[in-house]
Design a protein around this ligand. Structure first.
Ligand SMILES: *Cc1c(COP(=O)(O)O)cnc(C)c1O
Length: 395
């Protein structure tokens, strides 16, 4: 029952705007086929201009950016790093790789992001044990900003730095007004954050095929990260190393793609939000279907449209719907499996857990690529609705 005539509909494929080719051609023409060069410099400057975060370092991935941020904050063996459980492994892998002990915090049901009250409980817990919490990592899940203001308020008495995982939230905003030119700010640009990281992986809203950015108001932190990203080379004609670094720079060719993508990011956000609106219009009235809420504290970019299914009311659960879509050559995906349920983090401390577990059980990420048109969304929604109807008729 596959649709051989229909091209595969991917979850979130790259969407080139056209300007990328000229930028890549310019990089070729200059022969800066290297992990440094004018396109990297321009991409960092443009990204800084777009987000309003003063210092930006382009690197090879979002995970690399997180690794550098935590290393520059002095995360070391014996420390605790608190992260949202409902996230991608790239958020927390680097903390563990630096020898710290990751511990996890459940989601706030209203935003699906790190629950500030549970974070407070976690910080009290480790303070009572005399453990140093070296960083707190909230994730802007599916392109919705975590409540930076409240999280920072909770962390302030403990003097714990907050690193925002904005891998999914390019183009999202936080704060009053929600649009450029008012009181709101770009994701990760909130005053008080120690650093923010972004991902330009192939499935993200802005892609360089693979890449990332470390951004911060702290010039010293970004300068140190820049040095570490280039094998920690000391300023000398020969190769001199006083500390160990990494090879994390972004290719100049890939930065050229990023420059082209950045020109279109506001239009891409508008399209993702429109796609979300179409899904909600077509499916929101069906029993047992709900969508990820949008917090009053910001503007989500709706990177992925995420649907929740109540199997009793709808008839079918998320896995049945995923398989039905797959049979029509349409890709959908479960939510991130919470970190506290991952075998690699077995036995780690978790504060709360029922919210993230419930979302993982009931949720499904729907195709949300910005090249989709209304007819594509109608096709996906039609299959979803039909799956529920059939399951009910059989049940
Ligand atoms: C994509 C992603 C990352 C990691 O980004 P890479 O560029 O793939 O290393 C980190 N955190 C979250 C939440 C992500 O979605």
């Amino acid at each position: 029952m596959t649709d051989p005539g229909q091209p595969r509909l991917f979850l979130s494929p790259p969407h080139m705007g056209g300007g990328e080719r000229a930028r890549v051609a310019a990089a070729f023409a200059s022969n800066y086929i290297a992990p440094l060069g004018p396109q990297v410099d321009a991409f960092e400057a443009d990204f800084s201009g777009y987000t309003g975060i003063p210092h930006c370092l382009a690197v090879s991935s979002g995970t690399a950016a997180m690794h550098l941020a935590l290393r520059c904050l002095g995360v070391k063996p014996g420390d605790v790093v608190l992260a949202a459980s409902l996230t991608f492994i790239g958020s927390v892998g680097p903390a563990a790789q630096l020898g710290a002990e990751p511990a996890f915090v459940d989601s706030d049901p209203a935003t699906w992001n790190m629950d500030p009250d549970l974070l407070a409980r976690a910080l009290d817990h480790f303070a009572a044990q005399g453990r140093r919490v070296a960083a707190v990592i909230p994730t802007d899940l599916y392109g919705q900003c975590a409540d930076y203001a409240r999280l920072l308020e909770v962390c302030a008495p403990f003097a714990v730095p907050v690193v925002a995982d904005c891998a999914e939230s390019v183009g999202a905003r936080f704060g009053e007004g929600h649009g450029a030119g008012d009181g709101s700010r770009h994701a990760g640009a909130w005053p008080g954050l120690a650093a923010s990281i972004f991902s330009f992986n192939g499935n993200k809203i802005l892609t360089t095929s693979g890449g990332g950015m470390l951004a911060s108001a702290d010039a010293g932190l970004v300068a140190h990260a820049r040095k570490l990203s280039q094998q920690a080379r000391e300023p000398a004609a020969h190769y001199e190393h006083a500390e160990l670094g990494y090879n994390y720079r972004l290719s100049n060719i890939l930065a050229a793609i990023g420059l082209g993508q950045l020109e279109l990011v506001e239009a891409r956000v508008a399209k993702r939000r429109r796609i979300f609106g179409w899904y909600r219009e077509l499916l929101g009235g069906l029993p047992g279907i709900a969508f990820m809420p949008e917090a009053a504290t910001g503007r989500a970019n709706r990177w992925l449209t995420v649907m929740l299914l109540d199997e009793d009311e709808f008839g079918a659960g998320p896995e049945a719907v995923r398989l039905a879509l797959e049979a029509h050559n349409i890709e959908s995906r479960p939510l991130w499996k919470p970190m506290h349920l991952q075998p690699v983090f077995a036995g780690r401390r978790m504060f709360g857990g029922a919210v993230a577990e419930g979302l993982f059980r009931r949720g499904l990420c729907l195709p949300s690529g910005t090249a989709m048109e209304r007819a594509d969304v109608e096709r996906v929604a039609g299959i979803i609705a039909e799956t529920g109807r059939r399951a009910k008729a059989q049940g």
